[in-house]
Write a protein that binds this ligand. Structure first.
Ligand code: COA
Length: 175
């Protein structure tokens, strides 16, 4: 990965972060990523999502990481959702792993994943779960030791409305 990339754990999502994270989310959805949103992907939808996410960070429910380039521009992000039912205090969900198309294939996704796992462990989590509809992401998770569980067909929609399957993965952080 480029030395110029820094992974930061966001304690708050201020206006600058809101714009940068929205840019990344809009770019990923417009690029076809199945990450909860449909086309047209408006800035209003993106900003509302990140404002809600910021409120959730403030409540201690999730960790949000941002990958920033040398100029401080956010080029990628990932989340660990900490808030779980009381019988799963050791589990977290990895979510919204997003890298802007212009910054891909430089190791930023891998660096975000390492940082997310470390942050989860620091927060007392020993098991992480995720699901993904992306082949690129599947290779990344498998390379980093995540265990593929299986596929649920017809799970969600791609941004253009076509149905897509999702693949579940988990990783024990004890190992
Ligand atoms: C999945 C995603 C986060 C990966 O991000 P990324 O920053 O491109 O990830 P990496 O750079 O670590 O790895 C991607 C590839 O680049 C390669 N790579 C990494 N550094 C490289 C370098 N310096 N030179 C050449 N190739 C490199 C990796 O080996 C990997 O190869 P692969 O395609 O054969 O698996 C990104 O594709 C994305 O945002 N997709 C859309 C959103 C999405 O679907 N997210 C998943 C939600 S679960």
């Amino acid at each position: 990965m480029s030395d110029a990339i820094e992974i930061r754990c966001l304690q708050t999502i201020g206006e600058r972060e809101l714009q940068g994270l929205s840019d990344v989310l809009i770019d990923c959805v417009e690029g076809g990523a199945s990450v909860s949103f449909m086309l047209p992907m408006t800035r209003a939808k993106a900003e509302a999502f990140w404002r809600n996410t910021g409120a959730s960070v403030a409540r201690g429910e999730r960790i949000v990481l941002a990958a920033e380039d040398a100029s401080g521009t956010i080029v990628g992000t990932a989340q660990v959702i900490l808030a779980q039912p009381e019988n799963q205090p050791h589990r977290g969900d990895l979510a919204k792993m997003l890298v802007h198309r212009r910054a891909r294939r430089r190791g930023i996704g891998a660096a975000l994943l390492v940082a997310a796992e470390r942050s989860a462990l620091d927060a007392g989590k020993t098991l992480l779960v995720l699901d993904t509809a992306s082949d690129d992401a599947e290779r990344l998770y498998a390379r980093q030791g995540w265990q593929r569980c299986g596929v649920i067909p017809n799970y969600a929609l791609l941004p253009d409305g076509r149905p897509c399957a999702t693949t579940y993965f988990f990783k024990s952080l004890r190992d």
